[in-house]
Design a protein around this ligand. Structure first.
Ligand SMILES: [Zn+2]
Length: 231
């Protein structure tokens, strides 16, 4: 059932064992809420498969994604930094699996182990830098650039070229209307870059889609790529 989580893999075997001793292996279905905005975080997660999105949902019903996490990091690291509750929900976008650990256990390991602290802070910095980039992206780049960026980022995390994605959830991620998603996806399809069929997107021409995506894709991907090459 499980793949690997790259953060866990980067830890020395002894520390990894300590961390996993209190963890539970869990299936994570699509739409599963990992952490909730304004709520105390009781558990942290290390995904081994699937993709989760950090989504800001406004009272008016609008929403936008501000970041994504897959098997390269952890969900819930904000609770190690201070007492503020998160402002975003973290929800499974593509079903998968992972390890769930009580936040109190994670906090103890974070305090005790310099190695855990280093890896978690490195990953948290990467997530914060990504959020900063996406904040600018959501304001400055057009729907086609952002949809292409989103599809490529999700495909990298899922390690697959076929993604489950309804127009409604794409609209929620990008903070645009469904009609904008339909028009944009239609245009990418006519250019032969994707094939879009009822709730599934197939990336047909990755190089072409990369050319359409804004530079935010390259920038955020480079940060993930070098995450574990840093000693
Ligand atoms: Zn962008």
């Amino acid at each position: 059932m499980h793949g690997t989580n790259r953060l866990l893999q980067a830890l020395s075997p002894r520390v990894r064992e300590q961390l996993l001793a209190g963890a539970r292996s869990v299936a994570l279905p699509q739409r599963y809420l990992l952490t909730q905005s304004s709520e105390v975080t009781h558990d942290v997660y290390f995904l081994t498969r699937g993709v989760a999105s950090f989504v800001i949902a406004l009272r008016e019903g609008e929403s936008a994604e501000i970041g994504m996490v897959g098997n390269e990091g952890m969900v819930g690291s904000h609770c190690l930094l201070g007492s503020y509750a998160p402002v975003a929900n973290c929800v499974m976008q593509i079903a998968g699996a992972g390890f769930r650990l009580p936040a109190s256990d994670m906090k103890r390991l974070f305090d005790e182990s310099a190695e855990v602290r280093h890896r978690v802070l490195q990953g948290t910095q990467q997530q914060l830098l990504t959020v900063s980039q996406i904040a600018a992206c959501n304001r400055l780049h057009n729907a086609a650039e952002r949809l292409a960026r989103w599809l490529l980022t999700a495909a990298d995390r899922a390690e697959a070229d076929i993604l489950p994605l309804t127009q409604e959830s794409a609209a929620q991620m990008l903070g645009v209307r469904r009609t904008t998603v339909a028009l944009t996806a239609g245009s990418l399809q006519r250019s032969g870059l994707i094939r879009y069929q009822r709730g599934q997107v197939h990336i047909v021409d990755r190089a072409g889609l990369t050319a359409v995506a804004c530079d935010c894709y390259r920038i955020t991907r480079a940060m993930v790529d070098c995450l574990y090459s840093i000693p």
